[in-house]
Each structure stands twice: as structure tokens, then as C-alpha cells.
Design a protein around this ligand. Sequence first.
Ligand code: NAG
Ligand code: NAG
Ligand code: NAG
Length: 189
Amino acid sequence: MFALCVLAAVCLVTVSSAPLACEELVRPSDRLGLDHLAGTWVMVAGGLSDAAQVDHFKSRDSAIIHFANTSESSKLSFRRAFGFGSSCRFLHSNISLEGSSFNIGQVNFSVTFLFTSCPDCLVMHFDNQQSKMQRLYLFSRRRELEPREMEEHKAQSLCLNMIPPVLMDPTKELCPVKAPEGDEETDGH
Ligand SMILES: *[C@@H]1O[C@H](CO)[C@@H](O)[C@H](O)[C@H]1NC(C)=O
Ligand SMILES: *[C@@H]1O[C@H](CO)[C@@H](O)[C@H](O)[C@H]1NC(C)=O
Ligand SMILES: *[C@@H]1O[C@H](CO)[C@@H](O)[C@H](O)[C@H]1NC(C)=O
């Protein structure tokens, strides 16, 4: 809490148009549910907790996520498809949303949807308690956002003590949501 208060001053400087304090910028999102989440979202930027992860992160040319309902009403299907050059990697988990968070069990990631003022964006904070690795991903229905939307996201990264977001290249081809038969991994990251 103390760190958040100290950093709030930095955030107020960074976001020029609509200054929001860190407390606002890192609070969990309150507009979730399948109606909002369903369908495909494209990764626009990724915030990393450690500069040493940047090269690994940049090895992905593109990333999309996809939420859908399942036959079990308490579970959502969460698919991810990453592009690496001409190949794709597909992951699939069934998740249970608890408030604005869910866990990806086997890899011990706790994921929380955070505030965003952008109506067609998702901000997801991935936190691995064991490895202390944090990621802050910005997804949208659009591939490129307005400068003020990017400023808000950058301020969020700073509030969480992360390095400035790494932008995805909006011209790169996206993978399909679903893998060809049998080419899908479950519960990875
Ligand atoms: C997710 O749940 C559906 C049933 O609702 C099941 O068919 C599918 O195999 C599950 N997938 C994973 C990755 O657990
Ligand atoms: C999932 O949602 C679609 C579209 O809203 C609906 O048609 C379908 O019946 C739902 N499937 C399940 C298993 O609830
Ligand atoms: C996840 O956490 C559990 C319990 O703390 C641990 O036993 C397991 O090895 C962890 N898995 C990974 C992939 O780190």
C-alpha cells in the first residue's frame, strides 16, 4: 500500500489528459462476465516485471485470447494462440472466474482483470507467487489503440513497478483461435 501511494505521484504526472491515481489504475475490473469477455481479443502490449524477460516476450509475433462458455456453467473456456514466425502455439484451459480473478492451476498463475477506461479492452495481470514473475497484458478488439489509451496503460505498468509496456506489431498475422486437431496444449502458459 505504501508503494502505491508513493508511486501515485508519478502516475499523475504520466497521464496528462485524465489523471488517475494508482489506486484507481490497479483496481480490479468490475465489468466482467461472459457477455463482456466472450470472443477473441488481440494482445496490444505486454508489461514485464523484469527487463531480462523482454527478449523472450518479443519472440512472440502475435497473441490472441478467446473466451467462451462451456457445458459446465461455472467454467469458461480460455484459449490462447501465439504466433512465432510462421508457426503457432495453442493453449487451452477451462477456468473458473472468482470475482475478477482466476487461476491457471498447473503453472500457478493467478490472473486478475484490472481497470481500464477503454471500452473494448481487457487488462490482465498475471502473477506467479512462486517465481515472483508478473505480467500485465493489454488486449483489445482493435490492434492499435489511441495514444491516451496507451498512456493509461503505461501508467498502470508503472504503478505495478513494471518496465514500460512492450508494443506488439499490429501488422503481424494472427493465429487462428483453435489448433488443428490434436495440436493443442492444456493449462500451459
Ligand atoms: C474443458 O471443458 C470441456 C467441457 O465443458 C471439455 O470438453 C474440454 O476437454 C475441457 N478442456 C480442457 C482443456 O480442460
Ligand atoms: C454458449 O453460448 C452460446 C451463445 O450465447 C449458446 O448458443 C450456447 O447454447 C451456449 N452453450 C452452452 C453449453 O451453454
Ligand atoms: C505450483 O504450486 C504448487 C504448490 O505450491 C507446487 O507444488 C508446484 O510445483 C507448482 N507448480 C509449478 C509448475 O511451479
